[in-house]
Design a protein around this ligand. Structure first.
Ligand SMILES: [Zn+2]
Length: 239
């Protein structure tokens, strides 16, 4: 894993398709630093922290979580700082925390459609043993948005919903004009086999148009410009 630099204080690690590891973000602040999402396992999380240590970047004090999906949250237990989640995300994490995570239980949940094949297959590649999976809830909750003043950077986490999941949030770094979007624009895999609801997409695209930013960082792809992402997503807005 290596850190990619977006500017003097904002970094990310790239996604890994085979095990569905998402992009993780990092913002170096004057007063404190944050990370965006915790990854799909302790080893994913630890690899990211090692990259920060190697570059002498201070460890993050807060982790902002974009949504409840396993690939963004199952590294949370490895983090010793505070995790910031929307109350909607936390409700779901609470439920997941109460579940059994041995392989047999996960397979049973595939039958009841509580889990999806894609996630199961990626978990199987990420984990030597399903029993190593640990689910954590957040330590700081917000309803619709929360603003953090890092000293020189204003960071807002905004619950936007969108076509992927009801609890999807984006992380907006105002001065830098950078938006970490998690999976907000993706299809709905847990309830709709990956389908995109055009009305939800339209609302999300309108939200993007109104926001002032130059760089869009998706959860599983390379960064794009504002114009590029709006152009790509607009194709899915027609009912
Ligand atoms: Zn997701």
């Amino acid at each position: 894993m290596e850190l990619k630099k977006l500017n003097e204080s904002i970094y990310y690690s790239e996604s890994v398709r085979a095990t569905d590891r998402p992009v993780l973000g990092y913002v170096l602040g004057e007063n404190f630093s944050i990370m965006i999402d915790c990854g799909n396992s302790k080893s994913h999380f630890d690899a990211f922290i090692k990259c920060l240590d190697d570059q002498d970047l201070p460890r993050p004090q807060y982790a902002l979580i974009t949504h409840w999906h396993w690939d963004h949250t199952f590294g949370m237990h490895a983090f010793d700082g505070e995790t910031i989640v929307s109350s909607a995300t936390n409700e779901i994490l609470q439920r997941l925390k109460g579940w059994e995570w041995d392989e047999e239980s996960v397979l049973k949940r595939l039958e009841t459609k509580e889990e999806i094949d894609f996630a199961y297959n990626c978990m199987k590649k990420e984990y030597d043993n399903f029993d190593d999976i640990a689910v954590s809830t957040g330590s700081i909750m917000f309803k619709d948005s929360l603003t953090l003043d890092l000293g020189d950077t204003t960071c807002q986490i905004l619950k936007v919903g969108g076509p992927h999941e009801e609890d999807s949030c984006v992380v907006y770094l105002k001065e830098a004009g950078i938006l970490f979007a998690g999976d907000a624009h993706s299809g709905d895999y847990y309830h709709g086999e990956g389908k995109i609801d055009p009305n939800k997409m339209l609302a999300y695209v309108e939200f993007l148009k109104d926001l002032s930013f130059t760089t869009y960082v998706p959860g599983h792809d390379a960064p794009m410009s504002k114009d590029q992402i709006i152009q790509v997503l607009s194709r899915f807005c027609n009912v």
